[in-house]
Ligand binder design. Sequence first.
Ligand code: NDP
Length: 407
Amino acid sequence: MSAVPLRNSKAAVSAARAVSVLGATGSIGDSTMDLLRGAPERYQVEALTANSNVAALAKLAKEFNARFVAIADPDLLKDLQDALSGTGTECGAGESAIIEAAARPADWVMAAVSGAAGLKPALAAVDRGATVALANKECLVCAGDFFMQRAILTGARILPADSEHNALFQALGSGNREELVRVIITASGGPFRTWDSAEIEQATLAQALKHPNWSMGQKITIDSASMMNKGLEVIEASHLFGLTPDEIDVLVHPQSIVHGMVEFSDRSVVAQLGAPDMRIPIAHCLGWPDRIVGPSARLDLAKIGQLTFEAPDFDRFPALKLAYDALRTGHGATTVFNAANEVAVAAFIAGKIRFGAIARLVEATMNAWVRSGNLAPLSSADDAIAVDHNARNKAATLLPQIAAKAS
Ligand code: NDP
């Protein structure tokens, strides 16, 4: 049994659907709101959330007549209330208010808070059996077994919103589990695809933020440059679809047109294609099990001309290998992998470490974790959050020596 509904098991679709968007002011939030904007009569916005961007949250709340808005920073409650005075929109602040937003009665919830902070809110939506479009991959990387088991228990439907996983979700309907040989998730290769290791080591923040195809939030853009994002996606795919590491392959595809493929036992390979525009997978989640009319550009393969593929280079992009290692180790190792990466990316953005040191800090943290014998199954969100917290502390302790070390 899987919480990701395979094939076209029809869900009840109401006339005006109540929807909530967690992380409404971010890049995925923006794409989601754009889709809602395209058919306002079909959706009633129940709740919207943000971390600290009061102005953008209030603007969206007014435009969509949201019933409830929550801001994570508790000091910003008054600002939010002032910005929405006279509108009738209820306001909340702090982590509990973000969780309340997820717990309010919306049929469909977009889980697009960035980072491990997205775990508890997404779980609150899962706990009431909602349909959850899951963009936040950290939920699965930090607490995947637990998260998916909870979804099965509560009857929540998890719809993969990440483009590669959404592609697999669409392709998997062509066969059943016994017929599946492997899935292939594609990677653009990021801005450093053709760079040598010495150049990658010294890459600047501006260079890392120049993604060739996708326009995304800062953290995920840096993760794409290191291929850490692809590693997170391998772990994500494993949990979403119940796959072993050996059943998941990565293929570099610089054009980002083929997002994912599934190989079946008869050697058929079923792929999903589309322009690199997150509104396409989000529209699939929003319409599911039907299809809605999306605003994205139609795919013109004649204009694109060529689709090319390369094997990933695990030496120049060690993050990808570390992700497979963490997945094979299990028992919280992927939680440590994610936490150390969040610390490393923040340190890189702050100019404290070189780009090449991101993977080294993650590796050192994982090694220290395994050596200390801390590996144990995670049976609750609190377990996962405790490991996440301890791993962050460990990574922060190791940071100065990694920063000082030459590659
Ligand atoms: P952004 O950084 O653009 O947006 C993050 C959103 O979460 C914002 O609304 C932000 O609020 C809010 N937020 C940040 N921290 C907290 C917190 N501690 N508590 C509550 N809310 C918080 O991220 P993206 O939209 O790029 O990514 C969101 C998630 O989706 C990530 O997990 C990412 O890996 C995943 N994803 C993103 C893709 C993309 O194309 N961008 C593709 C596939 C997956 P504020 O604006 O106030 O800071």
